[in-house]
Ligand binder design. Sequence first.
Ligand SMILES: [Zn+2]
Length: 320
Amino acid sequence: MYRIGIDLGGTKLAVGLADPSGAILSEVVSHDHVGCDENGVLDRIVRNVDSALARQGVKKSEISGVGVLFPGHVRWPDGVTLTTSNLPGFKGFPFRASLQNRLGLPVVVDNDANGQTIGEFHHGAGKGSRNMVFLTVSTGVGGGIVFDGKLYRGATGTAGEFGHMIVDVDGPAVCTCGNRGCLMSIVSGLALRETYRRTMVRFEQEGKPALLPTGCTDLRELNGQQLSAGVLEGNEVCFSVTKEFGTFIGIGLYNIFQMLNPDRIVLGGGLLNLPEPFFGTALSTLFDKAGMMMYDRLDIRKGELGGNAGIVGAISLLEP
Ligand SMILES: [Zn+2]
């Protein structure tokens, strides 16, 4: 039997058809769902599914199921979407039931981080592990937990929201959730400019040059690529921010180690491409704090699925 994976993002809608081994046979990508309401999004999903099937000459009766990744909170297992900051609407929307009606196929819906987690576990850097944690650092910080070979969702499906772990309770950073010192309020694409601004203020107080990286004339437009370039050109503010990012990711990894004692942690997301001292600082922070409490050195790897993580993750939701 074939399977269908759907990666619904804020700007991109990708539908993939996989053969029984999980190999992607065809992929239909569109962007015209942006700004649509719930039914408009479903129309475009159904259209892309039909064209993915037509391209390969596969019939609906040969499809065993459809996995959907949603960019926001989803109630498990009924697939009601609760919140999303990436699409209009979808508050309390019965996504799973609605799409099942439209397609006449069994559907599962989960949030995108859970999907990437199970995708890396079955097909990427998590292969061979048993208890795995996935941590993604990009615009926000998210993740997922595989416990004894299965995705662990918790009581209501929100397990693995590592971005809201509080790592600096008295610190200056305030999160989108309203709390102070969440991991993603310090280290994320969303937090980058504010963390950079605080570091510039500190440099000024210390009488050191507080410069933006070359190519960035307005702090409000600073992005991860410019931060990386700044580190490589020797900008000390960029170096300091990158080191602070590494330190707090290391504290997050340490907390994950203490809570879950996984045998592997897989890291994903665009900010992982930051140059040193990011990754080295994260690892040294984790291992220094763990000390003798860590018996076997925790295996930490970078994700392997890259651009295909969404569709592979959606298809992996259908695996036993
Ligand atoms: Zn938060």
